[in-house]
Design a protein around this ligand. Sequence first.
Ligand code: NAP
Length: 339
Amino acid sequence: MTRILITGATGSLGRRIVARAVADGHTVLGTHVRALDETAAPLGNAPVPPDDGHPVNAASPDVTTLPGATAASSRDEPSTAQDAQRRRPDEPATTAGAASMTQGGVSMVRMDIRDVDAVRAVIGTFRPEIVIHAAAGRDRNDWPATADGAANVAAASAGRARLVHVSSDAIFSGRAGREYTEDDDPDPIYPYGAAKAAAETAVRAIDPGAAVVRTSLILGDGNGAHERLTHDLAAGRVDGALYTDEIRKPIHVDDLAAALLELGLGEYRGVLNVAGADAVSRYELGVLVARRDGLDVGRLRSATSAGRPGDLRLDIGRAEKILHTRLRGAHEFMAAPLG
Ligand SMILES: NC(=O)c1ccc[n+]([C@@H]2O[C@H](COP(=O)([O-])OP(=O)(O)OC[C@H]3O[C@@H](n4cnc5c(N)ncnc54)[C@H](OP(=O)(O)O)[C@@H]3O)[C@@H](O)[C@H]2O)c1
């Protein structure tokens, strides 16, 4: 059993990492930043979360809840890392020692990654062996959370815990005309990609032993941004079109969660591409979602992008060699009905 801190545990990826880590028997502490009672809405009612800057779904702030979570208020419990730090020094650094509350049976603590002291306090109290950094600004233009936040997590983890940092194919312009390897330097062309590139640079400089995982569109459990967007487009709740010339290698959220945990327990240092096996366009991916979920494919409109990163395919050859986790392609995992 390993002590694992998972940042962004209320996010679409983070909660699946939490679920997997708990199922594997690890001692888990998840972090969030918004009040949990604000985020505890049923998944089915949650609006589309912003993803990597796709223009047609930049609509509303999203609400999420951990699987099986119940709405709960933590007002009468310690709610900040500083609160956690104020516990007696002789108190054992158990999960509960750092947690402000539990949600869905998972210990959770509020921790703003823009605040390095708060991050240090949580890590100092919980004393994780592994930190999986899956938090990023919900507003994808939130540089302090996405870039500075990653630096803060790396600074607090270095020398204390093994760090696995989640990065993105959005660090690239998509103009290379070939798959990107781990050796390619970022050449971002929009703010979110620049923030993720800055985050990588900071993490690698501060903690060279960290694993930096470049991934692609994340979906598969019905809660991914692209799945929500496809539903909204098919239902006419959102007006827009899906790009035919933005090509990526989407990954199933549970494959990514498993890979991140496997990397956390391993020793891989540096950048690793962890994406799905199939390259598809945004439009093709929407069609796969629509077919799986019984939506009217004819209601999905296609378009070409203007100035967006185009060909963001990641070469996953190295990951396929070193990971036990199998990285399924979108055609395979979208063929299965939602569980
Ligand atoms: N979604 C994709 O398709 C995709 C693709 C490639 C890479 N990624 C990367 O994968 C990771 C997870 O993405 P996601 O889509 O699952 O994220 P998400 O659903 O947008 O969730 C973001 C998480 O970060 C937390 N957070 C936001 N601002 C914070 C702050 N200032 N301090 C502490 N926590 C903060 C949020 O907490 P609250 O719930 O409390 O707000 C939430 O738990 C991110 O690093 C993202 O850049 C995502």
